[in-house]
Ligand binder design. Structure first.
Ligand code: NAP
Length: 262
């Protein structure tokens, strides 16, 4: 299936590794020019070269910086001539006990997992509406549907973003103009983030890393973790020309882990 988005420009945030990289890879395969960001220059440049090799016809621009800061966002936005596709992503907050979180911890989580996405949408959505094409995907978490107690910072901040998106995706001047805004909710995917959270869980539960990882895997009906490629494939479809009627949705990609009917 040709997704019909060749020559579009995408900003994919936090994309040197993991799910963001999966999204950038799938978009580049479809002929989309991309700006990718991450804080660490080395991994970012390596990913940019990989993407360029996958599709030498597209432009791949790497902007090193912290997307949760105003400066990081400004540099990312300045790199592209226009943004047709925006994939919002940033690192997830640390696990812990809510009794120990300070106001500063909350502000950092809100900045990373709610306010940065809102700022980037604010900066790009009206241009998308004027051009009658826009696709915004927010990478949130399965924890929005099924909260994980030790990830309270994530549960809270991402739920805030989800509520905000539900309202604006349905604004006439956005939805009517072929601009869609959706959230993709990852379950458990094989990335550095999964390794870090498993390490923390293993220490907290007095288990080995392998035992903790196996316990997580065994709880997934699909019997395995997801891959960044699978995540990227869904993201690219949601960003495609064919997905113009899909908006304001929360798409859970979790191998069947969420046990509810809907
Ligand atoms: P990952 O493999 O650790 O990759 C994170 C990427 O984001 C890296 O490229 C990292 O590069 C970049 N990054 C982190 N903070 C950044 C910042 N402030 N500014 C710019 N770039 C930043 O993580 P992942 O598994 O892909 O997770 C992506 C998101 O999905 C996270 O919010 C995570 O909590 C959420 N999630 C993941 C899973 C899962 O199973 N993997 C499940 C639910 C939710 P630098 O460190 O160099 O900046």
């Amino acid at each position: 299936m040709n997704l019909d988005i060749q020559d579009r420009w995408a900003l994919v945030c936090a994309a040197s590794k993991g799910l963001g990289k999966g999204c950038a890879t799938a978009l580049v395969r479809e002929g989309v020019n991309v700006v990718i960001t991450a804080r660490g220059r080395e991994a970012l440049d390596a990913t940019a070269s990989e993407l360029q090799q996958i599709n030498p016809r597209v432009k791949v621009l790497a902007v090193a910086g912290d997307i949760t800061t105003r400066e990081g966002r400004e540099q990312a936005l300045l790199a592209a001539p226009r943004i047709d596709i925006l994939v919002n992503n940033a690192g997830g907050p640390p696990p812990g006990d809510f009794r120990s979180w300070s106001r500063d911890d909350w502000i950092a989580a809100l900045d990373a997992n709610m306010l940065t996405a809102i700022e980037l949408i604010k900066a790009t959505v009206d241009g998308m509406s004027e051009r009658r094409f826009g696709r915004i995907v927010n990478i949130t978490s399965g924890a929005v549907k099924a909260p994980i107690d030790v990830l309270g910072l994530s549960n809270g901040a991402r739920s805030g973003l989800t509520g905000f998106i539900a309202g604006i995706a349905r604004q006439k001047r956005i939805a009517e103009r072929n601009v869609t805004i959706n959230n993709i909710l990852p379950g458990l995917f094989e990335t550095d983030r999964l390794r870090q959270s498993t390490d923390a869980a293993a220490k907290a539960q007095g288990k080995s890393f392998d035992e903790a990882l196996e316990a997580k895997r065994a709880a997934i009906p699909a019997g395995r973790f997801g891959t960044a490629e699978e995540f990227g494939a869904l993201c690219a479809f949601v960003c495609s020309a064919h997905a113009g009627y899909l908006t304001g949705q929360n798409l859970l990609l979790d191998g069947g882990a969420f046990p509810g009917t809907m």
